[in-house]
Structures are given as C-alpha cells and as structure tokens.
Design a protein around this ligand. Structure first.
Ligand code: 1GP
Length: 248
C-alpha cells in the first residue's frame, strides 16, 4: 500500500462531497456472513469506506478482514481497540492515540506494540487523535481504556485537545461519544473544534438517524461513522439515507 493513499482518498472524499460516510463493522456484533452482507450494502449505498474493529473484541478480526477484502472495493480501515486488533488484509488503520485520556498505554504503549507488525503488514497508518466525549452513560472504550471522557459542555477543552493533536502531526481527529451513546457529541463542540483546526474531523457514537447525521455535518463534522444503527436495522435503504444525508 502506497503511503498516504487512503488518507488522500479520504481528503478527496470531503472535497467532492460535503462530508464522508463510514460504516463501522464490529465483528463481535454480527456474524461473518452478516459482515459481508453489510459490506455489499455499504458499497451499493455509496458508503466511502468501512471501519473494522471495536474497543473490545472477543472475535478474531483476521478472517473477517480477509473475507471483506475479497468482497468489497471500498477501502477497509482498521479501527482498533488495542495492538491485538491488526490484520494484513486492510488498506489502512486509524493509528489512534487516546488524547482525551491520560493513560500512557493508550497514548503510546499499544502503538509501540503494533508498529513492527504494521510495518510487516504494509498497511497505511493514519495518525488519529481519538477523543472520548461524555455521552450520558459509561462506554466500553472508557471502561477498557480506564480514562475519563471530556465533559460534553467544555468546548474549550475539546478544541485545545484537537489543536494539540494537529500540532503533534496527527492527520485526523475522531470525536467519539462511544458506541450506542445516549447523546452524540454536541453540535457546539463540533463547531468549536472545527473553528480551531484544519485537519478533518470524524464523528461517531449515537448517530441513530440520517437527520442527526446531517445536523452533525452542518455543525462541521467531515466524516460520520455509524455502527449500531446499521447493525440493528441491516437495511440498505437506511444506509442509502445516511449516505445521502452526509454527502449533502
Ligand atoms: C463507535 O463511533 C462508533 O466507536 C459508532 O458508534 O455504534 O453508536 O453508531 P455507534
């Protein structure tokens, strides 16, 4: 994989459309056959890329990644919970650093463990500042990382973290309310972050309807990630509605 290929593709996506739409496939939540069906639907619906992973996996993602790679043409981007969640069958990996927390293991430890295998696998690492935002209830990522989310009304804290990520050379910022979040990241927080940084903002957690997705794009999100809404419905129509709402 050529360095920067997927990152450039993501940048082009938001030049071409108002924003990009990413579908998260969590191998723990669905069977391999359902993963494949979701991937086919995602392609047909105009989804820009697939994210594969989750903060806590009991399932080996290797066979899923390998099958998805054969079955789809849109990029497969790993979304790891730790250094175990790697596969050579992806195009890229969100090389996450959990910058909202102060747990050194998720700031740099897991990244060091993953680096040698990533080099061997030759998949593109996309340095991403990952920020967990309070969403009204405890989340798996908060529990697994042992970190406290940023308060949802502290907009200055949020943009200062995102700006630090940009200054550290990260290429994306991911504002995460957590899978199945009660409340998604607030519009004002997205707008505050966007006002201060120039790298793209991914937004996920609790995006349950195309209307909410459109609202978050309007607030400034460059990419919308949905997981639970699609897992629950497995509806091509809903996926198309999300893609259309996000693409504007
Ligand atoms: C989780 O942001 C993703 O990491 C997706 O969240 O499952 O709530 O869509 P949902």
């Amino acid at each position: 994989m050529q360095t920067g290929f997927v990152l450039n593709y993501l940048r082009e996506t938001i030049t071409e459309h108002k924003a990009g739409y990413l579908v998260l496939i969590d191998p723990d939540q669905v069977s391999v056959s359902d993963c494949i069906e979701s991937a086919h639907q995602a392609e047909e619906a105009g989804t820009d890329a697939l994210l594969l992973g989750g903060s806590f996996l009991t399932t080996d993602l290797q066979p899923v990644a390998e099958t998805l790679k054969k079955e789809t043409r849109i990029p497969i981007i790993l979304f790891p919970g730790d250094a175990m969640h790697l596969s050579p069958h992806a195009d890229a990996i969100l090389y996450l650093s959990l910058i909202s927390g102060r747990n050194a293991n998720f700031l740099i430890g897991e990244q060091v463990k993953a680096a040698p295998r990533l080099q061997q696998y030759d998949i593109e690492p996309i340095p991403t500042g990952y920020m967990l935002i309070d969403s009204g209830r405890p989340t798996s990522v908060g529990f697994m990382s042992g970190t406290t989310p940023l308060p949802r009304d502290k907009f200055d804290l949020a943009w200062a973290h995102a700006l630090a990520a940009e200054y550290l050379g990260m290429k994306l910022v991911y504002l995460e309310a957590g899978s199945g979040a009660e409340y998604p990241v607030p519009d004002q927080m997205i707008a505050a972050v966007k006002e201060h940084i120039s790298i793209p903002v991914l937004l996920g957690g609790g995006i349950t309807t195309p209307e909410i997705a459109a609202q978050k794009v309007e607030a400034g999100a460059d990419f919308i990630v949905t997981g639970t809404a699609i897992e629950n419905s497995r509806s091509l129509t809903l996926m198309k509605q999300f893609a259309d709402a996000v693409h504007g």
